[in-house]
Design a protein around this ligand. Sequence first.
Ligand code: ADP
Length: 243
Amino acid sequence: RMHLRKITTGSSNLDELLGGGVETKTITEFFGEFGSGKSQISHQLSVNVQLPADQGGLTEGDKIAKAVYIDTEGTFRWERIEQMARCLGMDPELVMENIYYMRAVNSDHQMAVVEELFELVPKENVKLVVVDSVTSHFRAEYPGRENLALRQQKLNKHLHQLGRLAEVFNVAVVITNQVMARPDVFYGDPTQAVGGHVLYHAPGVRVQLKKSRGNKRIARMVDAPHLPEGETVFAITECGIRD
Ligand code: ADP
């Protein structure tokens, strides 16, 4: 696995779980219940990718590593980016300029947006592509067991597209996926798993997020071939993701 690069999450615990951070050439999925930290990690990575390499980002000299944020549920917040950037001593205006925000209104649009990235990503030195959340439109448009096969087929196509993007341009792809509080209970029935089961065979790294006490969250590595299974704790603070 040569030429792989890593983006820090802001938490050394979470970085360690990930084998040093979120990898390029890989799809990293963060899944968990509402409020478990999926969007916060996505925001933080969009800032952190812009850090110099010696600080855990992928910027080299004057060549700023940029982010694309595909928002499917309207949960992206510029103010949060501003706050996270300020905490890191970065220029908030510049950091915001280097995040390409895209709102995907349905699943076809979401796939069309990713198709366009094959031009934008190399041209603008994009090193991180976030899809938050990857499943929501597919779930809404193809509900229930009767649509499961079609939904799975479309999602697989989308994931394949994202995998290609990651591979071809040495980019980190981060996807989020909302599942119920105790997905282990529901995994037997894919219609209940709200997409969790559907992504099970996608390539890359899967991290389950769980709420803990206060601002603490638990991250658990799930079936990563090249990483040890394990759990760790991180926090969501005013400044963002920390230990
Ligand atoms: P989801 O997994 O649904 O995407 P989020 O990533 O949106 O969850 O996490 C939401 C949580 O992040 C909130 O419950 C709150 O605890 C924390 N959070 C969000 N913004 C801030 C902030 N500015 N300061 C501190 N904590 C925050």
